[in-house]
Design a protein around this ligand. Structure first.
Ligand code: TMP
Ligand code: ASP
Length: 236
């Protein structure tokens, strides 16, 4: 399958049409942004890591009963996916306090929760992705009640599967952000990516950060952190 016209360019990926109207090609870039695009940079090799990692995890999730947009990995940076209409919700699951949770509620990072939390933000860069709850999502007609229920159920299922999987790699899945899409028949599927850009991943023994927080917080060792996650995933 070949790329035809570019449909969209986001902060970390480009999306192309193909000859098949039901399929798109996503192409992962090395560009990195944070704080709603205020901070910009490049993470060498990130596009390859995020593409291959997302594809591996999406296939694992499919086997576990989570429908995804994944069709076929075309190259190190390009993947064929089902064309979806993105539900404009960022779905965040947390297992351990970190990031904006720690900041909002005035707690330290690293508190392990008894139960995972879920939150939504409105995927809207102009508004800075404001937090909202499921009632707000319905009021704004971002999704139907049934869709919100399906999304919640799938997001917790993703958490169960990925938490267990990352544990086998010596990685703690602290939190992550998911996006879902609608197929033409209305089916909700997992879309976007699952990568160190969209997850907090801590070494299980040392709590060393192996994710984009190293870029957000100018900690150094950004490329090495992505490479380390990739190495563990690929079993090298
Ligand atoms: P937060 O603690 O900043 O709210 O982030 C929660 C999780 O969501 C974290 O794993 C990083 C991810 N995330 C994104 O993927 N995109 C974003 O724009 C933001 C703010 C967070
Ligand atoms: N990707 C988001 C942005 O640029 C933020 C983040 O991941 O921290 O704004």
């Amino acid at each position: 399958m070949e790329k035809t016209v570019q449909l969209y360019e986001g902060k970390a990926k480009k999306v192309f049409a193909t000859e098949d109207p039901a399929l798109c090609i996503v192409s992962y870039k090395d560009d990195a942004t944070a704080f709603n695009g205020l901070k910009k940079g490049t993470i060498a090799g990130k596009g390859v890591v995020n593409n291959r990692m997302s594809n591996l995890l999406m296939q694992l999730l499919e086997k576990s009963g989570v429908p995804t947009h994944f069709v076929e990995e075309l190259s190190d940076r390009d993947t064929l996916v089902k064309k979806v209409q993105i539900v404009p919700l960022e779905v965040i699951i947390r297992n351990v306090s970190a990031g904006s949770f720690a900041k909002h509620y005035g707690v330290e990072e690293g508190i392990v929760f008894d139960e995972p939390t879920i939150e939504f933000s409105y995927k809207n860069d102009e508004l800075g992705d404001p937090l909202l709850n499921s009632y707000h999502a319905l009021a704004l007609k971002l999704a139907t009640k049934e869709e919100v229920e399906t999304i919640k159920k799938l997001a917790f299922k993703v958490n169960e599967v990925l938490t267990e999987y990352f544990k086998t790699l010596g990685i703690r899945l602290v939190d992550f952000k998911l996006e879902f899409g609608r197929l033409p028949d209305g089916t909700i599927v997992l879309a976007d990516e699952i990568s160190p850009d969209t997850c907090r991943l801590w070494d299980i023994n040392t709590n060393e950060k192996l994710d984009k927080d190293r870029f957000r917080r100018d900690m150094g060792g950004v490329e090495d952190a992505y490479k380390e996650v990739f190495k563990r995933l690929m079993g090298e």
